[in-house]
Design a protein around this ligand. Structure first.
Ligand SMILES: [Mg+2]
Length: 216
């Protein structure tokens, strides 16, 4: 569809509750954290650059660990609502090796066809968001927040127009608490979620376009 708004959406931690899979991975790796609360409260979350290569990568190579994760409540309904009004781009650090499994998982939750484009294995989602002309990207990663912050500074230094600078909507998670410069949302879906913010933004843009057309 031709839409004035293109929105990027991350998978793990945004669409899906991947935390139980992370715990299983830690357990298989003989990691001492044996339950979700111990893991969340551990100091590992304060070192995302350490946890990402070792833990995250291991999970993403594990089909079973990602496929049996559920989506967060109401996520499918909100993604479908957004897809009716905007172009959605799926952007994940997941490797191309789990691409088909991820499509199967998205289809299981009736949202695979909601996405206009899929980007797997992107190392810098902020740069991808810029080149994909995204207005917004929804993510939970502290590393992605750091990349968006750096890109924002760079683009403003280059005097890139405001509407070409992609904005990050950060999903509030225990492991991104030090990423303080973004609007936080409790989840993608539900009251007060990132999707509601974007749906309101889209409604506002549509009303504005109608007013301009009426005045012409
Ligand atoms: Mg994520």
């Amino acid at each position: 569809m031709n839409s004035p708004l293109r929105i990027g959406i991350d998978c793990d931690g945004v669409l899906s509750d991947t935390m139980p899979a992370w715990v299983r991975f830690f357990n298989r790796a003989d990691h001492p954290h044996d339950n979700i609360n111990a893991l969340i409260n551990s100091d590992k979350w304060e070192s995302p650059e350490v946890i990402c290569p070792n833990c995250f990568q291991g999970i993403l190579n594990d089909y079973d660990a990602t496929l049996d994760c559920d989506v967060f409540p109401d996520t499918s309904r909100y993604v479908q609502s957004l897809a009716a009004l905007a172009d959605l781009v799926f952007i994940s650090h997941r490797l191309p090796s789990v691409e088909q499994a991820t499509h199967d998982w998205l289809a299981l939750h009736q949202i695979d066809t909601c996405f206009d484009k899929f980007l797997f294995g992107h190392q810098n989602k902020a740069v991808a968001a810029f080149f994909e002309c995204l207005s917004y990207h929804i993510d939970d990663s502290p590393n992605v927040a750091k990349d968006f912050h750096e890109l924002d500074i760079h683009l403003r230094t280059k005097k890139v127009p405001e509407d070409r600078i992609p904005k990050l909507l950060l999903i509030d998670r225990p492991y991104n608490q030090h990423s303080s410069c973004y609007i936080r949302f409790p989840n993608l879906a539900g009251p007060g979620g990132a999707a509601e913010f974007l749906l309101a933004t889209l409604a506002e843009a549509a009303a504005s376009a109608t007013n301009i057309a009426d005045a012409a």
